[in-house]
Design a binder for this molecule. Sequence first.
Ligand code: 2HG
Ligand code: ZN
Length: 476
Amino acid sequence: MARPPDLKTLGELKAAVGSGSWLDSRDGVEPFLTDFRKLYHGATPLVLLPRSVDEVARVLRICDREEVAVVPHGGNTSYCGGATPDASGSQIVLSLSKLNRVRQIDAANYSMIIEAGCTLAAAQTAARDAQRLFPLSLGSEGSAQIGGNLSTNAGGTAVLRYGMMRDLVLGLEVVLADGRVLHGLKSLRKDNTGYDVKSLFVGAEGTLGIITAASLKLFPAPADTATALVGIDSPRHALDLLASLRTAAGDHVTSFELMPRLAVQLTVKHITGVADPLAQGTPWYLLIELSSPNAQQALLTLLTAALEDAAARGIIVDAMLASSIAQSQAMWKLREAIPEAQRHHGASLKHDVSVPVSAIPTLIEEGAALVHRLAPEGDVVSYGHAGDGNLHFNVSQKPGADIKSFMARGPMLELAMFDLEESLGGSISAEHGIGRLKAAEFARRADPVELAVMHDLKRALDPKGILNPGKVLCVR
Ligand code: 2HG
Ligand code: ZN
């Protein structure tokens, strides 16, 4: 068990990073104490902002010796409280934000080595500058950091084509709990040398080691893109359309996002400059993007033909194809601003769940019935990455509903939602992680043998329990 650092240890920790790289005043530490959704508020005696892997290693050696708990912190965009210290005031925060160099871009190898504190947007820009694509894409990419993306195995809007963060990793540099550095920054597609150790740290939310840098896969930069907003009557039609698009365009299908009409209405209402370009007012919308590195691919023609065919078969009701980059950006804004619009609209209950793509319509139908029964003060706003089976099955407080009674429905509804997705072969966390928010529910629902293996790994890599305690795994 970790213990509070004494004054001498705090002094040693400050010295390990040097002046200008630590904060201990009330105002200085404050921004590190509350998570993005304001679900948790913690306390800390010290925030460290190391600038090198050596400094991180020095910090961890001291923490290991003194058994001081360390909470790694990235862009603070976590939805599950994974980067927030607890209220004891004994956990130190380790911000990776100053470890933010692009160490290497190897365009011919389609790879780059980048430090944990780079924002996702900076990683995308670095790749673009080398005429390459780093494909992870999500709403918070301007502040989310690569270390956090790795630690939560982030997903986003291009998983259908490129996979999640785990799929984009070639190698990692990690500081272990005792301060040893795992130098695993190889940039190989083929490397069959024993266990896939790096994979353990992806999605571990800093509970097994602190990721300081990563070698990531790059792809050819897109030269042709076609974007469409499509109106449909039911999520079942979304599946029909996805199948015909995959037949027509194969791997060019990059994004396939589903939105209910209410999400579109909330976004138009609350976000300046957003409009609904479709006239028919269908109950469901799809945002579809095809992309290719080949400028001669004529993706707009291909997408137009596929949508005309779908309209003739009665699968879609309405569609608008973007004829300029500005139109495509406006469609994306309509989708990406939904979380912000929900925040403006009032309180919401969130469920980041996944099911096999084929079960999405059932999840939506049965989930809506649960909300109707268990949270009648709420409206369903279930949207997201339908192409990969991940829906944000969110519920927004109805206008005028009493916020306290609405929020009080949360725990019961969550249990019922998790039971539902479990019965459909799904997961209680698709892309936002476990953090503190879902740790207890994860412990209750995980396969017992798999959970035991996770605890064995935790004990092996962090025997003193100093790395992000209370996140992912509940203490046994
Ligand atoms: C998205 O897909 C994000 O927009 C956020 O994952 C989802 O706010 C949410 O529930
Ligand atoms: Zn999402």
